[in-house]
Design a protein around this ligand. Structure first.
Ligand code: ASP
Length: 425
C-alpha cells in the first residue's frame, strides 16, 4: 500500500460524508447568492442523481440476497417465526410510541395557531397541481379492498417485483418464501445454492464499497442542488416555522430519549458506540431522504461496527426499511393535527386514536423514498375528515422534514437490530 492510499484509508467515512455535506451546503448558498442556479442544475445536480441511482440499484438485490441468507442462517422455521414475530412486535410498538410522541407534542405546542392566515390561499394555489396528482393516487388506494395490501405483497412475477423499487414488500415475500424452502429442502442438499448466495453477497458488499467511495461527491451534489432549489422559498420556512419546530422536537425526543432507553434496557451496546456507528448512516439518510437508498450502509455499519450478527441484521434491516418508519409515522401525526388546528377543526380523543391507528398502519405501507409518505398522509387526513387540499400548506417544507424523519427511520431500524440481536437467546 503506498503512502497516499494509507493516508486516504484513515479518513473515516462519517468525516468524508460530513465534509461533502458541509461543502455542498456552502457551495449551495454561494451559488444561490451568485445566481448560479443553471450551473448547479446542469453540472452539479446530475452527480447527486447518479449517486441516488447507484444506491437504489443495489437496494433490491441486497434485500433479496441478505434476507435469503438471513432466513437460511436461522436454520429452522421455529427460529424464524420467533425472531420474525419479535421483530414485527418491536417495530409496531416503537411506531405506536413515535406517533404518540408526535400527538403529545403537536397538542402541547399547537403550531396551527401560528400559521399566518393570509398564506393559506397563496399556498393552496401554489401546490394545487401536486395535491391533485397525489389525490388521484390516494383514490386508487382507497377504491381497493381493505385486504388489497395483503394481495399486493404477493408477487405474480418475480422479475416484475425485482424490477420495481416500490415493490419491496414483494421482494421480501419472495425472499422469505425462498429461504423457508431452502430450509425445508435441508442443508445437505442446498450447499451450492447457499454458497452461491453467500458469494453473491460478498460481491454486492464490494459494489457498496465502490458506491460509498463516491458518497462525498454524491452528498455534495445533493446538498448543493437542494439549497438552490429552496432558494426562493424562504417565506415558506418562516410561515411554517412553528410547525417545523414541532416536528423537529418530536423527532429529537425519539432519537434522544426513546432509542437510548431501548438500547439501555434491552441491548449491551454502549450508547457512544451506537451513535458513532450509526452517524454516517444518519448523514446519508439526511442527504438522500431515502431509507431504502441508505440500506446498504445501514447493513454494513450494523454488522461491522455494532457487531450485530448477520443472521439478525440480514433479516431485521431489510424488513425494517420497508415496514418500520418511526420518523414518518410521528411526522404524519404532527402534520394531521397541525392541519386540523389551521382550519379550526377540534379533534376529539377518538379522532386522535384514529390518527394513531392510521399513521401506524400507513407508515408500514410507505416506501422508503423521498416524499414516500405524502400519499399515505392523505389517507390519515381523510380518516378524520381533514380536507386533503390542506396538504398544500405543508408541501413546501416537506423536503427538509423528510430528511430528518428519514434519519429517525434508519436509526430506529438499527436500534431494533441491536435489541433483537442482544435478546435472541
Ligand atoms: N423518505 C422517507 C424514508 O425513506 C419516507 C417518508 O417519510 O417520506 O424513510
Amino acid at each position: 500500500m503506498n503512502k497516499e492510499q494509507s493516508h486516504r484509508k484513515h479518513i473515516p467515512l462519517y468525516a468524508k460524508i460530513l465534509l461533502g455535506m458541509g461543502l455542498g451546503l456552502g457551495f449551495g448558498f454561494l451559488a444561490m447568492a451568485l445566481h448560479w442556479d443553471g450551473f448547479v442544475h446542469d453540472w452539479v445536480a446530475p452527480f447527486g442523481a447518479i449517486f441516488m441511482r447507484l444506491l437504489k440499484l443495489i437496494a433490491v438485490p441486497l434485500v433479496l440476497v441478505s434476507l435469503i441468507l438471513g432466513v437460511v442462517s436461522l436454520k429452522d422455521i421455529r427460529n424464524l417465526s420467533r425472531i420474525g414475530l419479535k421483530t414485527i412486535l418491536i417495530y409496531v410498538c416503537t411506531t405506536i410510541l413515535a406517533v404518540s410522541i408526535g400527538l403529545v407534542m403537536v397538542n402541547m405546542m399547537k403550531p396551527g395557531r401560528f400559521f399566518p392566515k393570509d398564506k393559506q390561499t397563496e399556498f393552496v394555489e401554489r401546490y394545487q397541481q401536486t395535491v391533485t396528482e397525489r389525490q388521484t393516487q390516494m383514490q386508487q388506494v382507497q377504491d381497493e379492498s381493505p385486504l388489497q395490501f395483503v394481495v399486493d405483497m404477493v408477487p405474480e412475477n418475480l422479475f416484475q417485483a425485482v424490477g420495481n423499487n416500490s415493490k419491496m414488500l414483494q421482494v421480501i415475500f419472495f425472499a422469505l418464501l425462498f429461504g423457508v424452502a431452502l430450509i425445508g429442502v435441508g442443508q445437505s442438499k442446498t450447499v451450492s445454492v447457499v454458497r452461491f448466495f453467500q458469494q453473491l453477497d460478498l460481491v454486492l458488499l464490494k459494489i457498496i464499497d465502490f458506491i460509498m467511495s463516491f458518497a462525498p461527491i454524491g452528498v455534495f451534489a445533493l446538498m448543493a442542488a437542494l439549497i438552490v432549489d429552496y432558494a426562493g422559498d424562504m417565506g415558506i420556512i418562516s410561515a411554517l416555522g412553528m410547525y417545523a419546530l414541532t416536528v423537529v422536537l418530536a423527532l429529537a425526543v425519539i432519537i434522544v430519549l426513546v432509542y437510548p432507553t431501548l438500547l439501555r434496557i434491552f441491548s449491551k451496546k454502549k450508547l457512544g458506540q451506537f451513535f458513532k456507528a450509526v452517524f454516517p448512516v444518519q448523514m446519508l439518510a439526511f442527504s438522500t431522504s431515502s431509507s431504502a437508498a441508505t440500506l446498504p450502509l445501514t447493513m454494513e455499519r450494523t454488522q461491522k461496527h455494532l457487531g450485530v450478527s448477520e443472521e439478525v441484521s440480514n433479516f431485521v434491516l431489510p424488513v425494517g426499511v420497508t415496514i418500520n418508519m418511526d420518523g414518518t409515522s410521528c411526522y404524519q401525526a404532527v402534520a394531521a393535527v397541525f392541519l386540523a388546528q389551521v382550519i379550526g377543526l377540534d379533534l376529539t380523543f377518538s379522532q386522535m386514536l384514529l390518527i394513531l391507528a392510521t399513521a401506524t398502519i400507513s407508515s408500514i405501507g410507505t416506501p422508503g423514498i423521498p416524499g414516500g409518505s405524502i400519499v399515505m398522509l392523505m389517507i390519515v387526513l381523510d380518516s378524520v375528515g381533514i380536507p386533503i387540499e390542506g396538504l398544500a400548506l405543508i408541501l413546501g417544507i416537506d423536503r427538509p422534514l423528510d430528511m430528518l424523519r428519514t434519519v429517525v427511520n434508519v436509526t430506529g431500524d438499527t436500534t431494533v437490530a441491536c435489541v433483537v440481536d442482544d435478546t435472541k437467546k
